[in-house]
Design a protein around this ligand. Sequence first.
Ligand code: S3P
Length: 440
Amino acid sequence: MSRSAVKMLYMRLSRASSLKGVIELPGDKSISHRAAMLAAIADGKTRISNFATSADCKATLGCLAALGVKIERDDATVTITGSGKYGLIKPSHELDCGNSGTTMRLLAGILAGQDFTATLVGDASLQIRPMRRIIEPLTKMGASVASNDGRAPLTITGSKPLRAIEYKLPVASAQIKSCVLLAGLYAGGETAVIETTPTRDHTERMLEWFGVKVRSENLKSGCKITVAGDAGLSACDFAVPCDISAAAFFIAAAVCLESSDLTLKNVGVSPTRRAFLDVLCEIGANIELSDEREISNEPTATIRVRGGLPQTSETLIIHGKTIANLIDEIPVLAVLGTKLDAGLEVRDAAELRVKESDRIAAVCENLRRMNAKVDEFEDGFRVYRSDLNGSQIDTYGDHRIAMAFAVAALLAAGETEIVDAECVAISFPRFFEALDSVVM
Ligand code: S3P
């Protein structure tokens, strides 16, 4: 099949001198998924504003509609009439999660507590991502999950009630944590998750916003997060902050392009999501936060970035617990690493190999195509200071690879061609328009 027959979009970009202005970012993808799911099982009508424009979140809405939830959408405002915890209905067809791991893993937690069987399917990328990590705890709780050797499709037969468990996360993953906590809402007794590495805490924050008591205790073994099975959820108004993971591409480009001055408003800056900002601030990047406040129990801020990448003689090394709090920002950090005199090393990030693509391989391959020197490790990579040359980029259908290499293109000599660029729609459909509006 020729490329045009499958409507592949080639995007051509070249070097920029700066990014200037104010950028409009979409609502946070992680938070939008959760808001839709909690609204679906709440009692009453929830109005969610600034709902993500991402294809992933559309997949979540599609699945919830197939479970009988009434959803109205008017641009970025989504109004959901909750079915209540026990009001979902057996879908008449498979639930299509598209490319979205969050949809599949979180929804699995809710489906585990229903008294019907439903099947979750996904696209080619989602079908090869690891699902044993949720199958194991859900099975312990009494649900039955049939899979293709630990991968999607997942056919979930719920149990009513589920068994309450205490579950220590084997992988630092907010998706697994959230899956178990959501299933915990359907268990007899208290369900607890113990995480040794803090991961994004949107589910916990949002459950409280919907009126569910969530207990967090710091133990020697990690943080123990507990929910009770008899908790009901009350509908509410929910405003989604803008997506810090979408902001990261613009922030990285602005930092690297000397005369930039870029403002990003109303960005979610939860301590469990902002490690990317913290790392850049630690190396002395000119990033200012203002108008810091909480919106719907989520910390937000306006971020102003001025160009200039400070240099040190030491390699910037990112590893250990920090990884979980900037996991989605690593592809663009790798690009930024090519502009650091002493380079960048990322370790303890093997999880990147099981994201929408093998992001370690995709980053290394594409950086090399652009003339960068890179060492690849099983759990990360080392990037050396390099002058980038324009090249053809293979996104592997991964939105974050496409956007990270759009940033690389702005820093490179000559023209860069991003193949399959339409995959940005997974998280940020108007990414290239937004970039165009601030590139000088
Ligand atoms: C997400 C958690 C992260 C992240 C993903 C979204 C979420 O995945 O990479 O893009 O919304 O909970 P893991 O929890 O698997 O690390």
